[in-house]
Ligand binder design. Structure first.
Ligand code: NAI
Length: 779
């Protein structure tokens, strides 16, 4: 094409980035790789080929790790960890800075290698993946530096197993490795089998930085290697990938005591109001769904447009799609590169071809043969259609319309996922009204797919749990430094069941603000230490759990009350309990056969006052993201929290769970102490006289072991905690895998309810979800 012809057509010419340097690096390694274990590359083992999806060319041969490799990597990480932690934050910060600088120095090599291996446009790897990966190491170098002063009392978890996907290979590595190392952990990381090359180049960088041996270990291979890491002697698993595999990992780690964070799939809504800047919103969609060929967990893959502008919006969108350039990912003018692998291409095709609803538009620009898929828009789908619900993980946008803001929220939340959402409106009041109503860990206003190391990222519902990035992300790589003691079982006192005595009192359950008989009508006798009958306590069953959850769901207005009001109610509860302190203390002494009743009541009153104090002070943060704007890391209630309360301190245990849960705006379904349940009944009246709205607190009594599975697997419960002495941690974590709800279980470890560990930030964190709302500035 001549210059004058180019001026005439304004066509882009090819501007391919050179692959020479990356190819030379691969050649230097002999184009074959072992694993990076204990600071050395191992000899190549049985392996598999990794290809450039854009051309099908074999780039290198990688090794499939066996159990001996995984064991060696875990052992190396274990050996290295104490010394790495002892090096101290500032010592570790030096290494993290060095890694960041080396990533920066080699950014072009990393970007080209990433594009060759993954198929993503070089513009993206060069301008987004690699700079963000560097930013993560710089940011977390700072976190290491500040750890001792800003996170007193927190220590590393130990060895972290990290399993990452193929869509952002180096970036996901950085998200996982940087915070783990900063906090004094060592890691065993497995990159995805399609895209391991930048992880192996990173291993080279670790050597160049002089990182102590064993701090970072990288093993390659498929899901079987992932499974080995999950079952290895590690202290934490951090996983990003499909919901299906995330669920398997939740089940596999249940009851193991391993910490777990899961960042899974999504079907994120992209909501355009009729007062939006339409051209910007169209441009935003290019980033939302065609960025990385739509292979993005938080892709804005579900377009919801307000009815009045829908046709105009679709017309502009189709025109924009038709101008998109698909092809050689190394070409700097390319918008859409290759799909990561033919298997993924098939998955996209099958899902799209199965659909017969709506109207499909494919970008008019030529789409090369091979592992490419054109940008696609499917309009006119109903909210329930399969393509509106299933994650496609390709460049396919599905669309529907809405009329009112509340309908937009309803459609947006009609999904099993909850990762991200985008809102376009020129009316900031509308946008900020909608953001809290969306079930999503991240909400972008008038922009999309914005990320930063300082802004927490993570999901709700089946998009997983845990946050990566910012101060909140560090919680997932540290724990409180408390000497853990095994929990002693607490058993109910026995009496003479054969000789029934006169019943002093018959307690009930507390559901929806009313005392209720148990559904099954069953009771159990409760005796004192001397075997004398004190009363009868109801044995709740699964139906009672369902009723309590329903009542709790009905009380959702509690989440919308002001923190000031919640504080007032907690103070009132404290006062009313205090007024009856003597009576409660005697009751506790009689039930437990102890003499600590008065101390326990005093501590319970104090705890209510503590959480009344916290109710309006456990704030989010404004994070300093590098753009003109802010990201607000808001703390929201989780929703309905189910909890098995401690057995050993019947009143204090109940209050220690109830108070943080309701202080943060959640509703509670609590199962009181299994051994000493009657104290719950005493509390009902205190709740009644303290203005706690019906349904906010629901209390059941009965067997923890029997109720745990129902509570854990209930689809309308957002989080489950257990401080029971019954051995139910595994049951709860397994049961929670279905809806991937958050869990907090004791794994047989004791908590000192009278002491400072019985309250505080750990409870507040567990009772809240972080939602990051990005608000750009601009007139
Ligand atoms: P995947 O979830 O199978 O793979 C992610 C990582 O997990 C890889 O490193 C893989 O080797 C490993 N893995 C696989 N099975 C494992 C197991 N049983 N235990 C431990 N680790 C295991 O995702 P895949 O098969 O590559 O893609 C399938 C679908 O998953 C995609 O079509 C997409 O819908 C979704 N996906 C979502 C991602 C996200 O970021 N949310 C990322 C990648 C895929």
């Amino acid at each position: 094409m001549s210059v004058s012809e180019i001026f005439e057509s304004m066509e882009y010419g090819p501007a391919a980035e050179s692959a020479a340097e990356a190819k030379a690096w691969l050649a230097e390694q002999g184009s074959t790789f072992g694993h990076f274990i204990d600071g050395e590359m191992t000899a190549r083992g049985d392996g598999f080929e990794t290809r450039n999806p854009a051309t099908g060319e074999v780039l290198a041969t990688l090794s499939q790790a066996g159990s001996a490799d995984v064991d060696a990597a875990v052992a190396a990480a274990r050996r290295a960890q104490p010394k790495w932690a002892k090096l101290g934050g500032p010592g570790r910060a030096r290494f993290l800075y060095a890694l960041a600088r080396l990533l920066q120095k080699h950014s072009r090599l990393f970007a080209v290698l990433e594009t060759l291996d993954n198929g993503k446009p070089i513009r993206e790897s060069r301008d987004i993946d690699i700079p963000l990966a560097q930013r993560h190491f710089y940011y977390h170098a700072g976190m290491a530096q500040l750890m001792e002063s800003e996170l007193p009392g927190r220590v590393a978890l130990g060895v972290c197993g990290q399993i990452i996907p193929w869509n952002f290979p180096l970036l996901m590595l950085a998200w996982k490795v940087a915070p783990a190392l900063a906090m004094g952990n060592t890691v065993v990381l497995k990159p995805a089998e399609y895209t391991s090359l930048t992880a192996l180049l990173f291993a080279d960088i670790c050597r160049q930085a002089g990182l102590p041996k064993g701090v970072v270990n990288i093993v390659t291979g498929d899901g079987a290697v992932g499974e080995m890491i999950v079952s290895a002697e590690v202290d934490k698993i951090a996983f990003t990938g499909s919901t299906e595999v995330g669920r398997k990992i939740r089940e596999a780690t249940a009851g193991s005591g391993k910490a777990l964070t899961l960042e899974l799939g999504g079907k994120s809504p992209y909501i355009v109001f009729e007062d939006a800047d339409i051209d910007s919103a169209v441009e935003g969609l290019v980033d939302a769904i065609w960025f990385n060929q739509g292979q993005v967990c938080c892709a804005g893959s579900r377009l919801l447009v307000q009815e009045g502008i829908a046709e105009r919006f679709y017309a502009k969108l189709r025109a924009r799609m038709d101008g998109m350039r698909i092809g050689n990912p190394l070409d700097k003018c390319i918008d859409v590169g290759a799909i990561v692998d033919p298997a993924q291409l098939d998955r996209i095709r099958v899902l799209v071809d199965r659909n017969s609803e709506g109207e499909t538009h494919r970008a008019a620009t030529p789409c090369p043969e091979g592992c490419f898929y054109p940008p696609t828009l499917i309009t006119g789908l109903s909210p329930a259609s399969a393509l509106m619900q299933e994650e496609i993980f390709g460049p396919v946008l599905v669309a529907t319309t809405f009329r009112t803001p509340s309908e937009a929220v309803e459609i947006a939340n009609n999904t099993r996922y909850g990762l991200a959402a985008t809102v376009w409106s020129e009316n900031i009041n509308v946008a900020l009204d909608i953001a809290p109503k969306l079930v999503a860990g991240v909400v972008w206003i008038n922009g999309t797919n914005m990320f930063d190391a300082s802004a927490p990222f993570g999901g709700m519902r089946e998009s997983g749990f845990g946050r990566e990035g910012g101060w909140d992300g560090l919680l997932a790589y540290t724990r409180e430094d408390v000497g853990a003691k095994a929990l002693k079982p607490v058993k109910a006192f026995k009496g003479d069941e054969a000789n029934p005595q006169a019943v002093d009192r018959t307690a009930k359950l507390y559901i929806g603000g009313k005392q209720a008989r148990p559904d099954g009508g069953y009771m159990r006798n409760v005796y004192d230490k001397a075997g004398k009958l004190i009363g009868q306590s109801p044995l709740a069953n699964r139906k009672d759990i369902r009723n309590a959850v329903e009542a709790a769901r009905g009380a959702k207005a509690w989440a919308g009350t002001t923190a000031h009001l919640r504080a007032q109610i907690l103070y009132y509860l404290g006062e009313n309990l205090s007024a009856r302190a003597g009576e409660f203390a005697r009751s506790i002494d009689r039930m437990t056969g102890g003499r600590d009743g008065a101390r326990e009541v005093d501590a319970a009153v104090n705890r209510l006052f503590t959480y009344a104090a916290w109710a309006d002070k456990y704030e989010g943060r404004v994070t300093q993201v590098p753009m003109r704007g802010v990201a607000l890391a808001l703390r929201e209630p989780c929703g309905v929290i189910g909890a098995l309360c401690p057995d050993e301190a019947p009143l204090l245990g109940l209050i220690s769970v109830l108070a943080p849960v309701i202080a943060m705006g959640n509703r509670a379904v609590l199962v009181a102490s299994d051994a000493f349940p009657l104290i719950a009944a005493d509390l009902y009246q205190v709740l009644d006289t303290s203005d706690v709205p019906g349904g906010v607190v629901n209390i059941l009594t009965g067997s923890h072991a029997e109720l745990a599975p129902t509570l854990a697997s209930h689809m309308d419960v957002e989080a489950v905690w257990s401080f029971s002495t019954a051995d139910v941690s595994a049951v709860i974590e397994k049961g929670a895998a279905g809806s991937l709800k958050r869990t907090w279980v004791n794994n047989g470890m004791a908590c000192d309810w009278m002491g400072p560990t019985g309250e505080g930030r750990a409870f507040l964190d567990a009772a809240t979800e972080v939602k990051t709302v990005w608000v750009p500035y601009g007139a």
